[in-house]
Design a protein around this ligand. Structure first.
Ligand SMILES: *Cc1c(COP(=O)(O)O)cnc(C)c1O
Length: 368
C-alpha cells in the first residue's frame, strides 16, 4: 500500500464537475478582479466564521501583514508570537518593522503557553498574535483576558484551524483582525494561493479593503500607499464551492485522528497529540512525537507511507533571523518539538485501512 502524506484525489473526484462549471462561468462573466465571486465568498466565509466581515486576500502571509498594517503596528512595537510556528507568522511581523517577542508553547497542546505571556508584556507591547497550530484552537479565554487587561490588540493566525473553537466560539472571531490562508492543502484550500481576514470592526474592514487595493476605495483615488493583495475572482468561486464541505471534512479529520489515537495508545514509545479541555481540534496536522523521529520517518517511507516534519527548524534558528542573535537553547520547547515531531498522513477521504496500515507499521518499527 502507498499512502501519500496528502492527497487531493477524493476532493477532486467529488468536485471536478463543479470546478469546471465554475471555470466556465468565470470565463464568460468577463469580470476577473474583485467581482461578484469575491463578494459572495466574503459573505459566506464571514457567515461561517460568525463575524460581521471577511475580506478576501491574496494569501495567508499577506492576510497577517495587512492585519498588522491596518492596526498601524510598526517600528518600536512589540508583538507576542509563539516560538514554534510556521515562519509566515514571524515574517509578517518583520514586514511591518515591529519587534518579535517569542513565547514558548505548552508541551501538551503545541499552542502558545498562555501562562508565559504576561511576563513578556512591556509598555511597548501592541498585540498578541496566537497561532492555532495543527488545527487546535488556543486558549482564547486567557489570551482575550490578557489583551483586555493591558489594552492589546489580538490577531489570530487561523491558517490551520478553520472551524475549530474554544468554548463554542470559532477561531477567527476572537481577535481584532484575524488572518487565514486558503493554501491548497489547508482545511479549506483554493486551487492556488488565497487568504482572508475575518473581523467585526467596520473601520478596520474598510482600511483592509483599501490597503489590499493600492490604498484606494475609488478607482484612481489613493488615500495611502497600499498593496495589491486581492483575492482572485476564480479562486473565490472555487472556495465557495468547497466551503460547503468544510464541516464534513473537519469531521472526517477528527474520525481519522480518533482511529490513530485508538491504535497508537498501545504504543508507549510515541507521544500522541492532546486537546485542551474547552478547545476543539480540526486536525490540519496529526503530529506525533518520538525521540527516534528520523529513523521512524525513513522506515515509514520504505513502507510507502509519506510523512512530513512541521517544522524542522524553529524560526529563531533560521538563517533569515540570524540578526536577532538567538542561539540553540533559547527556546528549548520549540527546539524539542522541531527535533521530535512527525506529521502522519491525514486528509478527507483517507480510509480506516490506510490508518491501520500506518499504525501497524509504527508499532512494527518500535518492536524491532
Ligand atoms: C500556511 C500558513 C500561513 C501562510 O499562508 P500562505 O497562504 O501560504 O501565505 C501562515 N501561518 C500559518 C500557521 C500557516 O500554516
Amino acid at each position: 500500500m502507498t499512502i501519500p502524506f496528502f492527497s487531493f484525489k477524493p476532493q477532486t473526484s467529488l468536485l471536478k464537475k463543479d470546478y469546471l462549471k465554475v471555470f466556465e462561468r468565470f470565463i464568460e462573466d468577463e469580470y476577473y478582479i474583485l467581482g461578484k465571486s469575491v463578494q459572495k465568498f466574503e459573505e459566506e466565509y464571514a457567515n461561517f466564521s460568525n463575524t460581521k466581515y471577511c475580506v478576501g486576500l491574496s494569501n495567508g502571509l499577506d492576510a497577517l501583514h495587512i492585519a498588522l498594517r491596518a492596526l498601524e503596528i510598526g517600528e518600536g512595537d512589540e508583538i507576542i508570537v509563539p516560538s514554534n510556528t510556521y515562519i509566515a507568522t514571524w515574517i509578517a511581523v518583520s514586514q511591518v518593522g515591529a519587534t518579535i517577542v517569542p513565547v514558548e508553547p505548552n508541551i501538551d497542546y503545541y499552542n502558545i503557553d498562555c501562562d508565559l505571556i504576561e511576563s513578556k508584556i512591556t509598555s511597548k507591547t501592541k498585540a498578541i498574535l496566537p497561532v492555532h497550530l495543527c488545527g487546535q484552537c488556543c486558549n482564547m479565554e486567557k489570551i482575550m483576558a490578557l489583551a483586555k487587561k493591558y489594552s492589546l490588540y489580538v490577531i489570530e493566525d487561523n491558517a490551520q484551524a478553520q472551524g475549530a473553537s474554544f468554548k463554542q466560539q470559532l477561531t477567527g472571531s476572537f481577535g481584532d483582525i484575524n488572518a487565514t490562508s486558503f493554501y491548497p492543502a489547508k482545511n479549506l484550500g483554493a486551487l492556488g494561493d488565497a487568504g482572508a481576514v475575518t473581523l467585526n470592526n467596520e473601520n478596520h474592514c474598510s482600511k483592509v479593503k483599501s490597503i489590499r487595493n493600492y490604498g484606494s476605495h475609488k478607482k484612481y483615488y489613493n488615500e495611502l500607499i497600499g498593496y495589491n493583495m486581492r483575492l482572485d475572482e476564480c479562486q473565490a468561486a472555487i472556495l465557495s464551492t468547497k466551503l460547503k464541505y468544510l464541516n464534513e471534512w473537519n469531521k472526517q479529520r477528527n474520525e481519522i485522528a480518533d482511529w490513530y489515537i485508538e491504535n497508537l495508545n498501545k504504543c508507549d514509545k510515541v507521544i500522541l497529540p492532546k486537546t485542551e479541555p474547552d478547545a476543539t481540534h480540526v486536525y490540519h496536522l496529526f503530529v506525533i512525537r518520538s525521540e527516534q523521529r528520523d529513523e521512524l520517518k525513513t522506515f515509514l517511507e520504505m513502507q510507502g507511507i509519506g510523512t512530513l516534519i512541521h517544522y524542522p527548524i524553529p524560526p529563531h534558528l533560521q538563517k533569515a533571523y540570524q540578526h536577532l542573535n538567538y542561539k540553540i537553547g533559547d527556546f528549548p520547547i520549540a527546539e524539542l518539538l522541531a527535533r521530535t515531531s512527525l506529521s502522519l498522513p491525514i486528509w478527507p477521504g483517507m480510509t480506516k485501512e490506510m490508518v491501520d496500515y500506518v499504525c501497524d507499521n509504527i508499532i512494527k518499527f518500535y518492536s524491532k
